[in-house]
Design a protein around this ligand. Structure first.
Ligand code: NAI
Length: 716
């Protein structure tokens, strides 16, 4: 705990300015210490009759308050503990809202969770016009609901529909939008934020600016739906139906948040809504879902600080990069780099391919323009950073080359040799291969210590994970450099030791294979996919194969089978469909049917003609499908940890959740094993292995028993 005060008070001509600046931290959060300091200072100014108004502002440019310090949530032993903390927040913010002194929130930067709840309790809110200014109530992302009045005050401030939109998604609202929906009263240039805030506090104190104002929009939609009980009933019913459908019932906090908001409208006394919010906050804090989502938060935070190399090994500066191959992946990598202001040399074999690649980069970056995250000037500047070539001109100056050419060892070797001939000796060659072991690619290199894997996922600009694959020869500074570069372009990075399939595709392979075997056994395509989406995956395994492309999936499966044999033997089902010339979505024919535009329709029943039993499919209980598929993946994840392919259960969980969409509410394969119990998992594996001999032999790390994570306290 820091001894430096986090909140300082200056009183100037009757206006108190409370500045929050938690020392030694990059962002301000509400810890018990900060709350205590706040309370003491509020007491002091309340008793000081010379103080007539107040301003709350941050001492950190570009960061207001990022919410509660979530370490304190780990201390909750019971729902009552958590509800008590929520009620305490209510008391504190009620004081600000109803107290003698009007308070102005001067917001520059992230204003999240408890930070926004504080701002909502203030009499006036000003937002600095800056891309860093963001408002959000992200509690549902942690399996919680806003607990310091957010579910009560936000609807009153912006109207029911706009409030639910923020509370149920946790999405960010920028300054301009905040002004449009009535969340803030005014936006100003950051340089005058403090001065204007003090001025407004003075006006509020003098009564020239009323403390109660209605900022809400009052259009037809609001009058119809927000402002009367019948309309609100419709809004709540629709929100419940849509949320249930979207969450598959796996995220109880979303429903609890709707209940808390509804409670604020349902009774005549205001206290009822707040009491319900505290109760539901307490209830949610005890759910397993909340624990797993908190784990993911801690794990990603820990990963950001873990360079995966010994202390003292420094990353090399990367001022520009080159990308080889202007196809689908190359364009994605070039785009996310340019979006971080990194100049890119973009090479392919023919000018028309380069032109096509640059057009694809433009499309990715344009998304930011359409969504108004960037200005037209920024858009042009970013696109302008990508320059095409069909030769290796400019490569002598790049410290990092990312290769994304065809997935063929011969092509990769040829490209590697050509590139090394023009690169500086210290430059790094990173390959985005999805299946070829990096050691095999590095075999053609004169400097194998400078060869590494950077396995991106598609589409690159949307998928959060990057697997960095190191060989026995990779130099630590090379690892440190690409890890840092990956983070710079917004990726969550896990470091994996070189091995067929690396980590993510390795655990995916037996899962996909088992799905294929279920088809061999006569189960219907949609029954398999439905079972796994009910388990919590965003898409089912068969749909995934269609999306990835049957040729790609087949190739990857073959590589895994060749390297690991036995349990990786591909199913006949996949082979048959591939031989029939179906490629999945890209060929508009796979296990599913697609319309002209590539939109997925239902299962393509004609696919069953390839299988024994035809369209007469066998019934299999959902639970059995889930057990067969999930256990194949869980077991493989433990094999990877046993073999040292991943360094920790944490990396394995993050890789699975961010790379494959393993259900976040289960925390990841290792968290899920801990929740079920290793002994139970082994029992289930043994039962399956007795029937499907050799495919479910429990990994040693499971047989040893015990947990992968501590049962209490901070998970990582
Ligand atoms: P793609 O076929 O869209 O693009 C490959 C590009 O490489 C083509 O434009 C081709 O002209 C170019 N190329 C071939 N030989 C070249 C050479 N000698 N010099 C320069 N360019 C050359 O393929 P895609 O999908 O972008 O895949 C590229 C790499 O990324 C492959 O290794 C693939 O396994 C890997 N990968 C693909 C993923 C995906 O979902 N498509 C996911 C993760 C990795």
């Amino acid at each position: 705990m820091s001894t430096q005060p986090a909140v300082t008070l200056v009183v100037d001509d009757g206006i108190a300015v409370l500045t929050l600046d938690v020392s030694g931290a990059s962002v301000n959060t509400f810890s018990p210490q900060v709350i205590e300091e706040f309370t003491v200072l509020l007491d002091r100014i309340d008793k000081d009759a010379s103080v007539r108004g107040a301003v709350v502002i941050s001492g950190k440019a570009g960061n207001f308050i990022a919410g509660a310090d979530i370490d304190q949530f780990l201390e909750f032993k019971t729902a009552a503990d958590a509800a008590k903390a929520s009620a305490f927040g209510h008391t504190m913010f009620h004081r600000i809202e109803k107290g003698r002194i009007p308070v102005v929130a001067a917001v520059d930067g992230a204003c999240l969770g408890g930070g926004l709840e504080l701002a909502l309790a203030c009499a006036y809110r000003i937002a600095a016009e800056s891309p860093k200014t963001l408002f959000a109530l992200p509690e549902v992302k942690l399996g919680l609901i806003p607990g310091a009045g957010g579910t009560q005050r936000l609807p009153k401030q912006v109207g029911l529909q706009a409030a639910l939109d923020m509370i149920l998604t946790g999405k960010n609202v920028r300054a301009k939008k905040a002004m449009q929906i009535g969340l803030v009263d005014e936006t100003v240039h950051p340089s005058v934020l403090r001065r204007i805030a003090v001025e407004r506090a003075r006006e509020l104190a003098a009564g020239t600016l009323p403390r109660q104002r209605d900022n809400r929009k009052h259009g037809a939609k609001e009058i119809l739906l927000d402002d009367n009980p019948i309309g609100r009933a419709v809004v709540f019913r629709t929100a419940r139906e849509q949320s249930l459908k979207k969450s598959g019932g796996h995220y109880p906090a979303v429903m609890a948040a709707i209940d808390a908001v509804a409670a604020g409208y349902s009774a005549s006394n205001e206290a009822h809504g707040y009491a319900e919010e505290a109760r539901l906050f307490g209830e949610m804090a005890m759910t397993p879902v909340c624990k797993e989502l908190m784990f993911l938060f801690y794990a990603t935070t820990a990963l950001k600080k873990d360079s995966g190399v010994p202390a003292g090994v420094l990353a090399l500066p990367v001022s520009r990069i080159a990308v080889l191959g202007t196809g689908f992946m190359g364009a994605g990598i070039a785009a996310v780099s340019a979006m971080q202001e990194v100049p890119v040399r973009f090479k392919d074999t023919a000018p028309e391919r380069v032109a096509k690649g640059i057009a694809a980069v433009r499309d990715v970056i344009k998304d930011g323009l359409t969504k108004r995250r960037i200005t037209r000037q920024q858009f042009e500047d970013q696109v302008g950073l990508v320059s095409g070539t069909v030769e290796y001109t400019g490569f002598g100056r790049v410290p990092l080359v990312i290769e994304a050419v065809f997935e063929e060892l011969g092509v990769k070797h040829a490209v590697l040799k050509e590139t090394e001939a023009v690169l500086a000796p210290t430059a790094i060659f990173a390959t985005n291969t999805s299946t070829i072991p990096i050691t095999k690619i590095a075999a053609a290199s004169k400097r194998p210590e400078r060869v590494i894997g950077m396995h991106f996922f598609s589409p690159v600009h949307k998928m959060p994970l990057l697997e960095v694959i190191v060989t026995k020869q990779t130099a630590p500074e090379v690892t440190a450099t690409v890890v840092e570069y990956g983070r710079r372009i917004g990726k969550t990075v896990i470091i994996v030791n070189d091995s067929p399939g690396f980590y993510v595709n390795r655990i995916l392979a037996p899962y996909i294979n088992e799905a294929g075997r279920l088809l061999d056994e006569g189960v219907a395509v949609d029954a398999i996919d439905r079972a796994m989406t009910a388990f919590g995956f965003p898409v089912g395994p068969i749909q995934l194969i269609d999306e990835v492309g049957l040729d790609v999936a087949g190739k990857s499966g073959a590589v895994m089978a060749e390297a690991l044999g036995g349990r990786m033997q591909p199913s006949e089902a996949l082979q048959k469909v591939l031989t029939a010339g179906r490629l999945g979505r890209k060929g508009r024919q796979g296990f599913y049917a697609y319309d002209e535009k590539g939109k997925r329709e239902g299962v393509d029943e004609s696919v069953y003609a390839l299988y024994t039993g035809g369209t007469r499919r066998k019934e299999m209980p959902k639970e059995e499908i889930q057990r067969r598929l999930s256990l194949a993946m869980l077991n493989e994840a433990v094999h990877c940890l046993d073999e040292g392919i991943i360094g920790s259960a944490r990396d394995g969980d993050i890789g699975a959740v961010f790379g494959i969409g393993f259900p976040p509410f289960r925390g990841g394969p290792f968290r899920h094993i801990d929740a079920v119990g290793a002994a139970e998992i082994v029992k289930q594996l043994d039962a399956l292995d007795a029937v499907h001999v050799g495919r479910y032999t429990a990994a040693a790390g499971l047989r040893r028993g015990g947990r992968f994570y501590p049962a209490v306290g901070k998970p990582v």
